[in-house]
Design a binder for this molecule. Structure first.
Ligand code: GLU
Length: 559
């Protein structure tokens, strides 16, 4: 029995990623809840790298995961070192499972000696045949040690070096997981089998490694996604067999897309596949070998590598849904907003604002103080992208100018260092674009509020509707007004936002016309569209020379 409310000693939580790729939303949420629980309880948070699947693990992925965690502000007290973060003050390392195999061997040895584990010699082909037979007979395949099994003979074969796996003798009894979030979850003995502890290649399975490490690292609370719930009775049985403590378990709700599907990397494949089919492009022009592309297009569950998906998206001019922390970072989301949003995927502070709405906006410090497992819900959590964007926009809007400029510059250096020229008046550009930016990426986005300023004078197109409405129509037409305004614009001194606004305003006053009659033709002429930041800012950002060149270009379009 575990009791979530009475931890016997210090709260020690862990995040135990398998380094096979970028940290995705689900993993980040697990890390966040583990971090927040440790902080709220005055405990420790550690990071352990589960790299027993050597073929799929990489050092690059480890570095990426650690960097993502650090960017989100979830610093770990123990674990792989990253600058000041991490380290091994209690001497519980190493933190890479691939460096801990002797510990797993010792645990296996103990179980073998007590006949709680045993070697099993079926080849993968034989196991496949047994599985196929179970499928034909419409029953679940379970591996159980046969009655009358000859221990001495098996140990002899094992000592002779015959290839085998080591299996755990799962007790033939029902198990109830007391989950701090889900409550009691019963598992019947019939659902459980003699699972593998050590693979044929000598590496431990996840089940063994996780149980040994959680014990040796003193982990008191295991928080993880609900996809691991079925593993927990196995882990508990192993803990009992090895005389270990059973930590508090908490299985976190599933994160879903708006359509109710489980959010996963596959969503990128889904989006890219649908777009590729619809776009009807010639496969030869795409950066993926054509047979591979055809197979992927024809297989609803097929997945490309992340790098292939990125290349494909770039070739198609397609934006893929953000799934990993790196996606959100590149997309211009702020880490404190991502943390706030991730926290709400299952947790709520349970407080009301004065107007009766739920308190939803908080900073990581609030979470680190208030987080508790009893406010984690059981039901699936919807990933509401519009809400995340709204949070981000709100936070961007509330920053002071310097803070925004610093955050934006950091983003720009990392993701779009060549997007702006050295001549751009950055403070003015940011003042003008921030009110219409939802992310740090928006000011320089190709369809964003600052795109006009980043294009060459010849490089942007005109929106036909805007041209018709604001330039072609009217008496005198917008074109005629634009030609007159050119003269005024050429003489404004200094060419600053205030002077520009004042001079256009007096030009309108003299003609007894509204400001829009001048502003809109000018906007369309210099940006291609009728929507841009304030007119004075728009023209000042471009500079006089560019404004005149654009007006001339636009007047030339009349013909
Ligand atoms: N390495 C496992 C994973 O990434 C960790 C599971 C656990 O927390 O026990 O899913």
């Amino acid at each position: 029995m575990t009791d979530a409310t009475k931890p016997e000693s210090e709260v020690i939580t862990r995040f135990a990623p398998s380094p096979t790729g970028h940290l995705h939303v689900g993993g980040a949420r697990t890390a966040l809840f583990s971090w927040a629980l440790a902080r709220a309880m005055g405990g420790r948070f550690l990071v352990r790298i589960e790299d027993t699947d050597q073929a799929r693990s990489s050092m690059e992925a480890v570095e990426g995961l650690l960097e993502d965690l650090h960017w989100l502000g979830m610093d770990w007290d123990e674990g792989p070192a990253l600058g000041e973060v991490g380290g091994d003050p209690r001497g519980i390392g190493p933190f890479f499972q691939s460096e801990r195999t002797d510990r797993y061997d010792t645990a296996i040895q103990q179980l073998l000696e007590r006949d709680l584990a045993y070697p099993a010699f079926e080849t993968p082909e034989e196991l496949d045949a047994l599985r196929a037979e179970a499928q034909r007979e419409k029953r679940n395949f379970r591996y159980l040690r046969p009655d009358g099994w000859d221990r001495d003979a098996a140990l002899e074969r094992w000592q002779a070096g015959e290839p085998c796996v080591i299996r755990f003798r799962m007790p033939r009894s029902d198990v109830t997981v007391e989950d701090a979030i889900l409550g009691s979850v019963p598992f019947e003995a019939e659902q459980l089998d003699d699972f593998v502890l050590r693979k044929r290649d000598g590496f431990p399975t996840y089940h063994l490694a996780v149980v040994v490490d959680d014990e040796q690292m003193g982990v008191s609370h295991v928080l993880r996604g609900q996809e691991h719930l079925n593993n927990t009775p196995k882990h508990m049985a192993l803990q009992h067999a090895l005389g270990y403590r059973v930590p508090v378990f908490g299985h976190l709700p599933v994160i879903q897309n708006a359509d109710g599907s489980k959010m996963s990397k596959r969503d990128k494949d889904k989006t890219a596949r649908a777009f590729t089919k619809e776009a009807g492009v010639d496969p030869v022009t795409l950066p993926i070998e054509s047979d591979r592309l055809a197979r992927w297009l024809g297989d609803k569950r097929g997945q490309l590598e992340t790098s292939e998906l990125d290349a494909l998206a770039a070739a198609l001019g397609l934006v893929l849904p953000e799934i990993t922390v790196e996606d959100f970072r590149r997309g211009g989301y702020l880490p404190e907003v991502v943390v706030n949003f991730l926290a709400l995927l299952g947790w709520s502070p349970g407080e009301k604002l004065e107007d009766g709405r739920d308190l939803e906006r908080f900073d990581p410090g609030f979470l680190a103080e208030r987080f508790s497992l009893d406010r984690v819900g059981r039901s699936n959590a919807r990933f509401d992208r519009a809400k995340l964007l709204a949070f981000n926009q709100e936070t961007i809007g509330a920053m002071d100018e310097d803070a925004f400029a610093a955050r934006w510059s950091g983003w720009l250096r990392r993701y779009a260092p060549a997007a702006v020229s050295t001549e751009l008046d950055v403070p003015l550009f940011l003042r003008a674009t921030r009110p219409r930016s939802r992310t740090l990426a928006d000011p320089t986005a190709p369809d964003g509020p600052g795109a006009f300023a980043l294009s060459s004078d010849e490089g942007f197109g005109y929106d036909d509707k805007a041209v018709t409405k604001w330039l072609a129509k009217g008496d005198p037409s917008g074109f005629v007004r634009l030609a007159e305004l050119r003269q005024t614009v050429a003489e404004i001194e200094p060419f600053s936002p205030d002077a520009i606004e004042a001079s256009i305003a007096s030009w309108c006053e003299a003609r007894e016309i509204g400001m829009g009659k001048a502003a809109q033709p000018l906007r369309v002429a210099v940006t291609g569209s009728a929507a841009s930041p304030a007119l004075g800012d728009t023209l000042a950002i471009l500079g006089r020379e560019s404004v005149l060149a654009r007006i001339d270009r636009c007047l030339g379009e009349q013909a």
